[in-house]
Design a protein around this ligand. Structure first.
Ligand code: DAH
Length: 339
């Protein structure tokens, strides 16, 4: 029996020398020292020994058990350390490496300039009124004094959803919607998307943006229109911006004007940006037609008003010297990142 014990000891020692994994180490522990293990079964057979032999063999067996158990623990600790070290090495973080930057986007140039514009008019007491892009023929044309067969409809063809429902060609229908629902004094702007059946080129897009303005009160005159527009143009183009007003015709204003800003590129001398004119047209406006006021239930004998409509793209193109309207809609980050 003593010999058997010594053999177990030797065999376990030999196996420990070549064991490769913690799992196989546990298998060795179970095989020899476990409840049904080889060493345990020898101890169970001690009943057959003589009274003198029993304590001697018992002591030896315990000694070997403790020794092997200690060796297995030691080996396990060694292996765990090696594994831990390998893991630390593999997961090492080089804090001197350059970090990953998370890119922060920026506002679209149209949004940026529109926000500036909103700030300027809010400072002047205006409110912002947004309206539907799918509009009825009545609001888009009829109520603005543009009846069926009026020539102004030719320049504003659009997508008809149904006979009398159209993708709005201008933000002017918001004048009507606001006047129908609000008692003067009225001071609003209405920015938004508009649609026209235009072929795409450097200055035309079937989708673009306008900012409508409307002021209705007692005693509003053309001087208010001029003063307001000059102030707004300076807030976008700078204190020294010059503008001029030319007579024009719109069916829903009387009298009507077109407003030009002195070319920001050449200062008025004439260049390719202003096509040699020295001036760039940026908006239409005028005194709200008495017929339009009356149609909305506002008495033109008591109230008067002015309105204007600005092309946002043109405003932004002038502001940043952008020469192609398509850039706004192509979403090329190389363009968008510049603002
Ligand atoms: N809606 C006009 C257009 O798209 C622009 C315009 C002209 C708006 C005169 C106005 C205005 O409010 O009074 O051509």
């Amino acid at each position: 029996m003593k010999q058997q014990l010594e053999e177990i000891k030797k065999s376990v020692e030999a196996q420990l020398a070549s064991v490769q994994s913690i799992e196989s180490l546990e298998e060795i522990r179970i095989k020899y020292l476990g409840k049904k293990g080889e060493l345990t079964s020898i101890l169970k057979g001690m009943g057959s020994l003589s009274a003198e032999e029993r304590p001697v063999i018992g002591a030896l067996a315990n000694e070997i058990r403790e020794f092997l158990s200690g060796e297995i623990d030691k080996k396990k600790a060694e292996m765990a350390k090696v594994i831990q070290e390998a893991k630390l090495k593999a997961e090492v973080i080089d804090i001197s490496m350059p970090g990953k930057k998370s890119e922060i986007g920026n506002l679209h140039p149209l949004t940026k300039v529109l926000n500036e514009f909103k700030d300027a008019v809010i400072g002047m007491g205006f409110q912002i009124a947004e309206g539907p892009e799918v509009e009825t023929d009545y609001y888009n044309f009829e109520a603005l004094n543009i009846p069926k067969n009026h020539p102004a409809r030719d320049t504003q063809d659009s997508f008809y959803v149904e006979d009398n429902i159209v993708l709005r060609t201008q933000t002017s229908p918001m004048q009507i919607r606001v006047m129908e629902n609000t008692k003067p004094p009225i001071r609003i702007i209405s920015p938004g998307r508009v649609y026209r059946s235009d072929a795409v080129d450097a200055t035309h897009s079937p989708i673009f943006h306008q900012i409508e303005g409307l002021v209705v009160d007692k005693g509003i005159t053309m001087a208010d229109l001029k003063g307001t527009l000059e102030t707004l143009i300076r807030s976008i183009y700078g204190e020294n911006a010059k503008c001029r007003f030319r007579p024009h015709h719109f069916p829903f204003t009387e009298p009507s004007v077109e407003t030009d800003v002195c070319c920001f590129s050449c200062g008025g001398k004439g260049c390719s940006v202003c096509k040699g004119e020295g001036w760039i047209e940026i908006l239409g406006g005028g005194m709200v037609h008495p017929k339009v006021l009356a149609g909305c239930g506002i008495d033109p004998e008591v109230y008067s008003g002015f309105a204007f409509g600005i092309g946002l793209e043109r405003l932004v193109m002038g502001r940043y010297d952008i020469n192609d309207i398509r850039l706004f809609f192509e979403n090329d980050v190389r363009f968008l990142k510049q603002f």
